[in-house]
Design a protein around this ligand. Structure first.
Ligand SMILES: Nc1ncnc2c1ncn2[C@@H]1O[C@H](COP(=O)(O)OP(=O)(O)OP(=O)(O)O)[C@@H](O)[C@H]1O
Ligand SMILES: [Mg+2]
Length: 605
């Protein structure tokens, strides 16, 4: 199993991101074990160097045993090279595992984002989420795990080895080294750790906001330029940069002061004192301390101190990575789908009937209320939904597609609750044509087949023909291979709408939800498109939202929505006879020349 799959599988239900990372590292235990084994041997070889030096001084130089000198010299050259090769294996493994952790985090974060319903996703700005995927995941895998946590394992082994040898050489000097060191380490690690965590939390929070701000402004620069706010935006960027720099400066200063300056003071002071005490023992003629032992000791003490320094850095690195972990955790555990049915979800089969039973809904802030909405649609029907702006028409579509969930009442497909179905299978059978559809910065062909890759050239040609797009595509020098820019910026609103109609046709759904699908088209193109669309319709179900009432006069039924309630239902003629809201909307449009029927003054209140 790949590391990413492993992570994705274990993220769900894990108590925290730590559990997931721990399990993930455990899944690579063999690799880490090999790395550590190489490190143990490599470290043992490096740690043997001072012993070899002691031997060279005490046995070869002092006692004049010149024959062995050649061997010891060869050892002094070969051992460090062998040690470097062995430790480089662990370095390679570190890079691999760090990269794998980053990839796995990024993948599961993105996967989670793909599962979030729009109302949850809207809590975050796109730039902020991109920052979490790129920077925060990198901070954990490629900075913390690769450069701090795994080296800490390595260093811990060196530390244990060094301590063992130091005690074997001289327990008195070893003890002095520790008593000097421990209070310092505890103090620095504690103070620095807390300060770094606070400062990094602030740093990441600024970055998250700045990412969101930049992406929003860059994506909508036209609005900035329209209202000539370039100067104001420049000032805003400056202010972000100042706060960002200040926060970064604080974190680096903390590291420089506590780790680098105090750390090197601790190291040189400690080494000096240990050397002084050792030298005093040698001068006193203490048999337990030879000149060779003293030289070896003065090499081991800095090794020990710098190992402990690395462990300290790993601890601080952990505090530094904590805010990044929180940012990732926040998204990974922001929302879990409520399992309403104990059975596993079933795949939706051909939809013959769809019904709303006393459905109620409102957004978190209480807006967008739907109140007791009930209707039933049989396959093959064309039902229109009309009503004033903000009445809740698009909300009904989002509920059908499972982007929103009702607070009360039921939505049924073929008699079964929508919740029992696998959402993806419902979306395969029900599709939506939005008023302002989104297109990707890709070719027209790729945008079209985004809805269904298993279509032939003939299918694409037919769909374009229905959508009244074929002539337009023919005029493009690169035809279907024309790239249309981010969000389809190189297309007009009407072209984008027609492309969206073709894309929906290629999806071949049972139910087509159309949210003002032709609002940007001129009447002639609209009429031709609707005529062809109805010809293609066959036994499919159409649900059409339209402000332009001429579009929906032929509907089998019209639902009139006002303030989230269905206030009238009937055919066009039946509703006109009722002389209610529909009649009012209809004749208001007629008076503006949108429809050609003669104005009946009496019908207008
Ligand atoms: N994510 C949201 N959070 C809070 N309120 C929302 C959200 N989306 C929509 N609303 C509110 O819900 C109400 C109904 O919105 P909806 O989009 O369903 O209206 P509509 O009938 O489709 O209007 P229009 O004809 O203008 O498209 C509106 O008042 C809108 O402000
Ligand atoms: Mg709408």
């Amino acid at each position: 199993m790949s590391l990413s799959n492993f992570f994705a599988k274990h993220t769900k239900g894990a108590l925290s991101i730590y559990n997931s990372i721990n399990r993930l590292l455990l899944s690579r235990k063999k690799l880490i074990f090999i790395g550590l084994l190489c490190t143990v041997v490599g470290s043992a070889l490096s740690l043997f160097m001072p012993i070899l030096m002691k031997f060279t001084v005490d046995t070869v130089l002092v006692k004049g045993n010149w024959r062995i000198l050649l061997f010891t010299l060869a050892g002094l050259v070969v051992l460090p090279v062998a040690a470097a090769i062995l430790t480089s294996i662990m370095s390679r493994i570190r890079v691999q595992i760090g990269g794998e952790v980053t990839d796995a985090l990024r993948e599961s974060l993105f996967q989670k984002i793909t599962q979030l319903p729009p109302y949850v996703l809207h809590q975050y700005k796109p730039g902020d989420l991109v920052g979490r995927i790129t920077r925060s995941c990198g901070e954990i895998g490629e900075v913390y795990i690769q450069n701090e946590l795994l080296p800490a394992f390595q260093t811990a082994l060196v530390c244990i080895g060094t301590i063992g040898i130091m005690f074997a050489l001289s327990w008195k000097l070893a003890l002095i080294s520790f008593t000097l060191l421990i209070p310092f380490i505890l103090f620095i690690s504690h103070v620095l750790g807390k300060k770094v965590e606070r400062s990094m939390t602030r740093f990441f929070s600024i970055l998250s906001k700045a990412d969101g701000y930049f992406v929003e402004r860059i994506a909508n620069m036209k609005t900035v330029q329209l209202f000539t706010q370039e100067k104001k935006e420049k000032e805003a960027v400056k202010s972000w940069m100042t706060t960002y720099r200040e926060s970064r400066r604080q974190t680096s200063y903390l590291r420089i002061w506590f780790l680098d300056i105090l750390g090197s003071f601790e190291q040189s002071f400690g080494t000096g004192l240990v050397f002084a005490f050792g030298a005093w023992q040698v001068l006193r003629g203490d048999p337990s301390m030879t000149i060779g032992s003293l030289i070896a000791f003065t090499v081991y003490v800095p090794i020990l101190y710098s190992s402990i320094h690395t462990l300290q850095q790993a601890y601080v690195g952990h505090q530094k990575a904590k805010p990044a972990m929180k940012l990732i955790e926040e998204v990974l555990f922001v929302w879990e789908k409520e399992e309403e049915s104990s059975n596993s979800p079933i795949k939706a089969s051909t939809i013959r009937e769809m019904s709303f039973e006393a459905v109620c809904f409102h957004h978190k802030d209480g807006s967008g209320k739907l109140d007791d909405v009930s209707f039933c649609i049989q396959t093959g029907e064309t039902v229109a939904i009309v009503g004033p702006t903000g009445a809740g028409k698009s909300t009904i579509f989002d509920l059908i597609l499972g982007f929103l969930e009702p607070h009360a009442g039921r939505i049924r497909l073929n008699g079964a609750h929508l919740n029992v179905y696998e959402l993806a299978s419902v979306r395969e059978r029900v599709t939506l044509i939005e008023q302002a559809p989104i297109m990707w910065d890709d070719t027209i062909r790729n945008n079209l087949i985004y809805s269904n890759e298993n279509v032939t050239e003939e299918d694409i040609r037919k769909a374009l023909n229905i959508a009244q797009m074929h002539d337009f595509i023919d005029t493009l020098p690169e035809g279907m291979e024309t790239v249309i820019g981010e969000r389809g910026v190189r297309l007009s609103g009407g072209e984008r709408q027609r492309l969206a109609v073709a894309r929906a046709i290629l999806r071949d759904p049972d139910i087509v939800l159309m949210d003002e699908p032709t609002s940007a088209l001129d009447s002639t193109t609209e009429e031709a498109l609707m005529r062809k669309l109805f010809k293609w319709k066959g036994n499919r179900t159409f649900l059409i939202i339209a402000h332009r009432l001429s579009t929906i006069r032929e509907a089998d039924r019209i639902l009139v929505l006002e303030d989230g309630r269905i206030v009238e239902t009937g055919t066009h003629e039946e509703l006109l006879e009722k002389e209610g809201l529909y009649t009012k909307l209809y004749y208001t449009q007629m008076s503006k020349g949108r429809v050609t029927k003669a104005l009946t003054k009496s019908a207008i209140e």
